[in-house]
Design a protein around this ligand. Structure first.
Ligand code: PLP
Length: 453
């Protein structure tokens, strides 16, 4: 309690209020959590320390955002130095040099050094920004009827109003139906257990699903469609790996009809597939790319959009005294995020961590598929340094088995992230081969334990 507040007639929370009640937690069963809180105390390298469970292996690199491990010394140093030199810098009509340099490094890492980078603070903001750029781009070129956007079922593009509109997760949308962006349609998702169960890497079946985009073009007419947005690999609904040839086909159809292709690389950006971006892994170039999470190793919030150079140029046509794009955030290009971004890229390059993710991908693939015959497992899929183990839901109680796996996993020394009944695995790039194999053995013990309970 700060005594000065009492003087000002304000009081800090009294002992009568349980501070756990005050935080309305995001994407959480608040009542269940608060009746049995799970608190994290600290983190170092590939491990968290929980108040009641001790050290646990971080199986999803935070929330896909800490691939370089926690408290990476280079990042800690960079952020600490930065906060002493310049703690905040406005990004409207002013800038600080490292932000420009970081933009150039990100574009170079994406293999498109002439591209431009717009900074935001999260994946959700990156998506809404990319949608605005896409619609604005057509408009500034005199193509103002191109206002529709095509998303995809099971897509997760954050929680902004644009993101939930193009996203394809019913529960994220239904309460807010009246707030949806108009003119949005959806491609079918590509997951077909019948045709791709237990695939290793890219499923062979399903490239033809991209042709559904031609159906939507025929329905709405290309002249009304600004862009198509997809995650190259759908993460939040259980690691749905694209069928071989699918993304290439989407690219062809978008180019044929003058629609922009947006890759939402919020989880795949910065090395998860063993290449800096998924676009390089697949050899498919989008027109706009969103990123967030791993750019700062999760240390300071940051996101952004990489835009093709000529998209930027299209905005630069009006009179110079007029702002070209009425969009931005108080914290766009925040100095601490920029410092963390530079240090994260330094670590990835100097410690060859993206190459290491590529090397570990095979270890994870071999190990995770040994879980095939374990109790309740109905599918396993993997790509890059990421995998999913899908469990059969308990009858009439979706998510309950998943939650039991989460709880039991803690006893086995692993912090699992469950997407309903799907276990997501995306270990830090700094993990050793032994740690990746040990993680899978802990998952095995967890599955056997919940089956025996
Ligand atoms: C593909 C994708 N896009 C957007 C987001 C939203 O990011 P944020 O939670 O930083 O807003 C996420 C988050 O997981 C994501 O996976």
């Amino acid at each position: 309690m700060n005594p000065n507040l009492a003087v000002a007639g304000v009081s800090e929370p009294s002992g009568a209020i349980d501070p756990l009640q005050s935080w309305w937690m995001p994407f959480t069963h608040n009542r269940r959590f608060k009746s049995k809180p799970r608190l994290i105390e600290s983190a170092a390298g590939a491990y968290y320390t929980l108040t009641d469970k001790g050290r646990v292996f971080d199986c999803l690199s935070g929330m896909w955002c800490t691939p370089l491990g926690h408290s990476h010394p280079g990042i800690v140093r960079a952020v600490t130095d930065q906060v002493q030199r310049l703690d905040y810098s406005p990004g409207f009509q002013l800038g600080h040099k490292p932000a420009f340099e970081l933009a150039a490094r990100i574009a170079a890492l994406a293999g498109r050094p002439r591209d431009r980078v717009f900074f935001v603070n999260s994946g959700s903001e990156a998506v809404d920004t990319a949608l605005k750029i896409a619609i604005g781009y057509h408009r500034v070129r005199g193509d103002a009827t191109r206002t529709r956007v095509i998303g995809r079922e099971r897509g997760y593009h954050g929680v902004g109003l644009g993101g939930i509109s193009v996203g394809g997760i019913g529960v994220n949308r239904k309460m807010f139906a009246s707030m949806m962006m108009p003119g949005v349609d959806h491609l079918p998702h590509t997951y077909s257990p019948k045709n791709m169960r237990f695939s290793r890497g890219l499923p062979q079946w399903g490239a033809h699903l991209a042709d559904d985009l031609e159906r939507l073009v025929a329905l709405h007419d290309a002249s009304t469609i600004a862009a198509v947005i997809v995650e190259p690999v759908q993460g939040s609904t259980g690691l749905i790996v694209p069928p071989r040839g699918y993304l290439e086909r989407l690219r062809e159809i978008c180019s044929k009809h003058g629609m922009l292709l947006i890759f939402d690389e919020v989880i795949t950006g910065f090395g998860r597939l063993g290449k800096p971006f998924a676009s390089q892994f697949f050899g498919v170039q989008p027109d706009l790319t969103t990123f967030a999470k791993a750019i700062t190793n999760g240390v300071v919030p940051m996101g952004g959009v990489v835009a093709r150079a000529d998209i930027y140029d299209a905005f630069m046509n009006g009179p110079e005294h007029v702002i070209e794009f009425f969009h931005g955030y108080t914290y766009s290009g925040h100095p601490l995020a920029v410092a963390a971004g530079h240090a994260s890229i330094d670590a990835m390059v100097d410690e060859r961590l993206i190459e290491r993710a590529a090397d570990l991908a095979g270890v994870l693939e071999d190990a995770v598929h040994t879980l095939r015959d374990e109790p309740h497992v109905v599918d396993i899929r993997n790509i890059g340094l990421a995998a999913a183990v899908e469990l059969e839901p308990s009858a009439g109680q979706p998510g309950v088995r998943g939650h039991r796996a989460f709880e039991r996993g803690l006893d086995e020394g692993i912090l699992l992230r469950l997407m309903g009944d799907i276990i997501g695995l995306a270990p830090p790039f700094i993990s050793s081969e032994e740690e990746v194999r040990a993680m899978i053995e802990s998952v095995r013990r967890t599955l056997r334990a919940i089956a025996a309970d």
